[in-house]
Write a protein that binds this ligand. Structure first.
Ligand code: HEC
Length: 125
């Protein structure tokens, strides 16, 4: 009872922190919307495609991506990797920030592929 009240009181504060972190002093909602648009244009082909059922080409993106570190995400998106094109010539730094802000709103459970069925022959683990 008291515990529930405490949790109820703590939750909005926690949500506020998360929102503030994602917005990073910018016009929060607009930045996230811009990021969502850019991701839909440029990233979904590899990251959120229908391929999710067949195992997508690229890892799912969520706020836990790269340890949830916005700077590392920014760097990765700008520079790419041997398997992913970099976007630093296509997007301005603040557009990449918007993309990161949007990724930070995606919950890992929504992005993750469905859990694998436990293997029946798995040992005690
Ligand atoms: C051509 C396909 C492709 C496109 C387009 C693409 N990615 Fe990727 N992305 C990949 C692949 C493949 C990886 C895994 C890279 C690796 O392991 O080297 C990756 C990895 C990442 C990672 C690191 C994920 C992790 O868990 O390590 C981030 C962040 C990321 N991409 C963001 C983006 C964003 C944002 C966009 C759009 C602006 C984008 N990607 C567009 C293929 C793509």
């Amino acid at each position: 009872m008291l515990r529930n009240a405490l949790v109820a009181a703590a939750l909005p504060a926690l949500l506020l922190c998360v929102t503030a972190a994602a917005a990073q002093g910018d016009a929060g909602g607009d930045q996230v919307k811009l990021g969502e648009r850019l991701v839909n244009q440029s990233c979904v082909v590899c990251h959120f495609a229908p391929q999710i059922t067949s195992g997508s080409y690229a890892p799912a993106l969520s706020k836990d991506t790269l340890g949830g570190n916005a700077e590392i995400m920014h760097q990765f998106i700008a520079d790419g990797s041997p398997r992913m094109p970099g976007f630093k010539y296509q997007f301005k730094p603040d557009q990449i920030d918007a993309i990161v802000a949007y990724i930070k709103t995606i919950s890992p459970t929504a992005a993750a592929p469905p859990p694998r069925k436990p293997r029946s022959d798995a040992g005690a683990d």
